[in-house]
Write a protein of this length. Structure first.
Ligand code: PHE
Length: 436
């Protein structure tokens, strides 16, 4: 059933909402290389067109400034940013101890070129290779890809920054960690930051069995101090942190397959707690695979868009991809400035209701990718407004409401209708739905 979903694949036509009705192409050319497709291929032309753009390296772009700002906080680290997004599922998941049945592996959640190749879903996919190259402290910035719903804060391509630091797992390594902890603590106690902490180790968030818990504790402490200090650097100034009104950071225990103990960090900004990053003590299996078994250390991963949206007051995640001078010309490399919105154009809502075919399910992410592929960034939001199974016929009915709105110009109702008709005809063709 799964495999039927992308049984038809549309060759990329320059005209955005004109499908060629071509049969599934046998190969895809990506970054100058040709790759065979197969029955799980689900990457769409809209997604492929983002791969060369590399917003994190575009001068003056907010994502590029944010990257430099974080890099400048870790000046002695290796700064990497040009690794290809094409990775094997082994590298994205298995090498990081993800279980075989992890939901992230599903074709409904990740983009596959074919069974052996996918678009990385996180920068952690490069941990083993970067450690194996001998890097002991490094930052890596890259575009990552996840199938998701459509709204103002989700986009199937976004940018992450991974950071890691490892030491020799012996007395001299641990002495270095202790010294660094001392240095960082004395800096932070004099700063305007209020931290809600959790224990470095707990029964639910334990040291790994092969680690000396005292070592694990020192590393977790170094991780917390390093990231608290980085967050103060990023948010302290913009938030106007003072003694009376310090920057609030809170640590939460969590779980990742490739770290233990693991944490999530939130920052209180603009009246809300924002999830900023995930991190933890690197799973020893990762370091063993990277051929550095005698090291111990930490890693973190953060999403750049979410942070940039609050620091720059950017209201819609699509704006990062805008080529409109009214967006781009507002920013200067190295400076965080408040985005001045240009007028918001009117929305145009269109509904589509349909019965799904008996043998092809329509996952919400399938629907969103189809709409994104037809409408590009003219789609602002997609909501499922109704779903039911007919008690007699057992058929499933779905209704979606699509909000079309351009960020750059006024969209006419006729234009939105053309896009909507193309969505409908692709739905019928790709998923054999019956429009109600
Ligand atoms: N890769 C994780 C994510 O995308 C974040 C992470 C990175 C967590 C490194 C722990 C260590 O959610």
């Amino acid at each position: 059933m799964q495999n039927l979903r992308f049984s038809r694949f549309f060759a990329f036509s320059g005209r955005r909402w004109q499908s060629t009705n071509a049969l599934k192409s046998e190969y895809l050319d990506i970054l100058g290389e040709r790759h065979a497709t197969d029955d799980i291929t689900n990457v769409t032309p809209a997604i492929l067109s983002k791969i060369p753009l590399r917003l994190h390296s575009q001068p003056n772009h907010p994502l590029s400034t944010l990257r430099s700002l974080i890099e400048s906080h870790f000046p002695d680290y290796a700064h990497l940013s040009s690794l290809s997004p094409l990775v094997t599922p082994f590298k994205n998941f298995d090498e990081l101890s993800f279980p075989k049945d992890h939901p992230g592996r599903a074709v409904t959640d990740s983009y596959y070129i074919n069974k052996g190749l996918m678009l990385r879903t996180h920068t952690s996919a490069h941990e083993v290779e970067v450690f194996a190259q001998g890097n002991t402290q490094w930052l890596l910035t890259a575009d990552v890809y996840r199938r998701d719903e459509i709204d103002g804060s989700h986009y199937p391509v976004f940018h992450q920054m991974e950071g890691a630091r490892i030491w020799s797992a012996d007395a001299s390594g641990m002495k270095e960690v202790e010294d660094d902890n001392e240095r960082l603590s004395s800096h932070l106690t004099r700063s305007n930051i209020a931290i809600e902490d959790v224990p470095h180790l707990s029964p639910a968030n334990p040291a790994q069995p092969m680690h000396d818990p005292r070592h694990s504790e020192l590393i977790a402490k170094n991780l917390k101090l390093s990231l608290n200090s980085m967050l103060l650097h990023l948010f302290g100034g913009v938030a106007g942190a003072t003694k009376e009104n310090p920057l609030r950071v809170r640590w939460i225990e969590t779980y990742f397959p490739f770290t233990s103990p693991s944490f999530e960090v939130e920052v209180f900004f603009g009246g809300k707690w924002l999830e900023i990053l995930g991190c933890g003590v690197v799973r020893q299996a990762t370091l063993d695979t990277a051929n550095v078994p005698h090291k111990i250390g930490w890693a973190f991963g953060l999403g750049l868009e979410r942070i940039a949206m609050v620091l720059y007051s950017i209201p819609d995640i699509r704006l990062f991809w805008s080529t409109d001078a009214r967006f781009l010309s507002q920013f200067k490399q190295g400076e965080i400035s408040k985005f001045k919105p240009y007028s918001k154009y009117p929305s145009c809502f269109k509904d589509v209701s349909f019965w799904t075919a008996q043998d092809i399910s329509v996952h919400e992410n399938d629907f969103c990718d189809l709409v994104r592929d037809v409408a590009g960034d003219l789609v602002e939001d997609v909501k499922k407004i109704d779903s039911f199974v007919h008690p007699k016929t057992n058929r499933t009915s779905l209704c979606y409401r699509i909000n079309y709105r351009s960020m750059d110009r006024s969209l006419s109702n006729e234009e939105a209708n053309v896009v909507q008709q193309e969505v409908v005809s692709r739905l019928k063709e790709q998923f054999r739905v019956e429009i109600r």
